[in-house]
Design a protein around this ligand. Sequence first.
Ligand code: SAM
Length: 431
Amino acid sequence: MRVPVNLINAFREGFETNLTEFLLENRLIDEKDALTQKRFMTRSVAPHVKMLSEMFNRTDGSQTDAIDTESYWTEGSNPKNRRLAYFLSFMPCNLFRVASVWAELSRLGFRWSFPATQDFRALEWGAGVASGACGILAGEKYAPLGLPPQGSFALIEQSKTALTLGTKWFEYFAQVNDMSWGARSFHRKIELTQTWLPPTAPKFHLFVMSYFLNESSNSSEAIIDQFVNVCEKHLEEEGLTVIVEPALKLQSRKLLAFRKALLEHPRVASGEVPLKVLLPCMGHQACGALAKPDDWCHEEVTWWRPGYLRELDALTGLDRKSLPFSYLVIQKTKRTLLEILPRLEGVSEKRYRLVSPSHSLSKKTSEFFICGQDGKRRARYANPVQPDRGDILMNTDLHGEPALTQIDRTTVLQDPEAEDANGDTTQPAGE
Ligand SMILES: C[S@@+](CC[C@H](N)C(=O)[O-])C[C@H]1O[C@@H](n2cnc3c(N)ncnc32)[C@H](O)[C@@H]1O
C-alpha cells in the first residue's frame, strides 16, 4: 500500500501537542510534560501497554479466543492508566491504519459524488476511543475522497467509559483539523448474530470497523446474515464499509472467511443485496490465501510515529514503526469496479497485487507472492526498481506455474504524487 507523504508525516509533530492538551483537559494526565517523563511512562503506562498487547495477541491462549473487553476499559489496579495506555499506544496506530485504507481508495480514484450541502452520516462499530472515526477524518484530510465538509459519526460501543472518552476525542480531533464533524454516541452491546441496528435507525453512508470483529467468538459464517441485513437496511446506495483487523494469522483468516461467506451469501451472490468487495482484492475471485490452511493475507504501512510513541515502544519492546493489519473494503453498488476505481483501467486478468514483501535474489531480480483473478502465485521479476508489498501490477504478462511464475512484463501502478513529480517513483520510507 502506498501512503502519501503528507499522511506519513502527519503524526510526527503537532499530534503529540494536541494529544497532550486533550489528555490534560480530560484529566488522564496531570502534567503537561507527562508524555516525556520517563518515570511516569515506565511505571504508569508501559506495564499496561504490555498487558494489553499480550491480551490482543492472545499470548496466553488461542488466537481465536474472544476478548474480555471489560478487562481493558474498566478493570485492573488502575483503570485510568490502562485507558491512557490504550489511548497513547493503540489508538494512533489504528487511526493511521484506517487513514491508510482511505488513502488507498483515494489513489485508485474512488470519489464520493455527494452534494456538498448534504450531511454525511457515518458509523463506527465497537468504536472504543473512536480511532476508526478519527482515521477517516485524517484520511480525508491527507488523501481526500471528496467527503462534504460537514457530517456526523455515530459511535456504537459497549463500554460507557471508552465511549465517553471516544466521543470527546472525535470532536476534539475534528475541531483541531478544522472539520465540521460531530459525534453521536450510542452505548450498547451489539449481538452480532442478531439484528445490529433497531429498525428506526437511519441509513448511513459509511460503516467503519476497526479491530472490532476479532473480539467476538462468533464465526464469520454465523454473523454474515446480519451483516448483509444491516447493509441492506441501513447502508445507503454507494455506501462503503471499511473493515480493519489484526494481521495475526487466525484473525486474518477470519476476515478472509468473512469475505468468502459474504460472496457466497445467496442474497449477495444473486445481486439482490448488491455488495461488492473493492479492496484489497479488486475482484470477487476465490481467495488465494484461504486456499491453503496455513496462509493468510495482510498489509503493512510505515509512518513517522509521534516522538512519545517511539520512546514508549522502546520501553515496551514493541515496534510500531511499521503497522501490519488485514483489511476489507466493501461497497453497496451496482457499478463496475472500473467505474468505482478508475485508475485500475486495463484487463482485470492481467492485474495482481503483491501480498508479501519483495525478496532480492540478485541485484536485478526479486521474488514475491502476487494475488489476482487466478489465485496466488510465487513470482519472479527482473527489474532495477522492485515492487513491494501492497503494490498493484498492471498489464502483467507472465508464464509458468503458480508455484513459480516468471513475470515477463508489467507496470507498477504509481501513486498520483509520484506521477505528478514526472516519474520520480521513490516511496518515502517513513522513519
Ligand atoms: C480493540 S477495541 C477497538 C476500538 C477502536 N475501534 C479502535 O480501533 O481503537 C474494540 C472495541 O469494540 C468494543 N466491542 C467489542 N464487541 C462489541 C459489541 N459486541 N458491541 C459493542 N462494542 C463492542 C469493545 O468494547 C472495544 O471498545
